[in-house]
Design a protein around this ligand. Sequence first.
Ligand code: O7M
Length: 222
Amino acid sequence: MSGTLRRGVMRLQHRIVAAIDATDVSRARFVAKVLAGRVDALKVNWPLVLAAGPDIVREFADSAYVLCDFKIADIPNTNRLIVEQALARGASGIICHAFAGEDSVRACVEAAQGAEVFVVTEMSHPGGQEFTAKHAEEFARLAVRAGAAGIIAPATRPERLRILRGLVGDRLILSPGVGAQGGKPADAIRAGADAVIVGRALYEASDPAVAAKAIAAEIQAR
Ligand code: O7M
């Protein structure tokens, strides 16, 4: 894969993280290649890892900041083992849940050895209001205390993004839920997100490059 995505600290140039959830592996590879240089990171989640095998992380990491979204939520020791496996394949960032507790999040941060850890606070889908929303502020504070690089917070509820921004200072906020889930990129950025996470609106687009360009333009024009 060629492109200009950087490993290491996430550099927010386009303010877009592409969620490569396509389970057709050749489509996933194609979309990742097309989007290199047009987004700031490639997010890899279970659908693609189960379809392609974990070495897809290494493949993308050759030229991209790969954010491993395994939503890690286990005891500290198991969290550490998962993070180590992700890093061994070249992940620059990993995502964990907060509900397993502060020791579990701290285990991710320690095992990450400088790679970036993002903590899920309130989830973007309707069910995210059932449980995660009720604890999102605590989760955000926990993320800061534990030394996470940032949080994940919902583009579907910009008013919640504003509140969570107030709690995390200058930590990054990555915000899923735009496009297929109904959120608007410009609204999310205006409410305090540093970047939007976009899946279907990119990997199902007839031309993912054009789709990414349109999202970037919408963000710039906000
Ligand atoms: O744009 P979509 O809806 O096709 O995809 C959104 C991506 O963001 C997909 O990979 C989800 O797993 C992820 N996501 C959410 O949609 N909502 C959340 O609350 C959290 C995430 C996420 O990335 O968590 C780290």
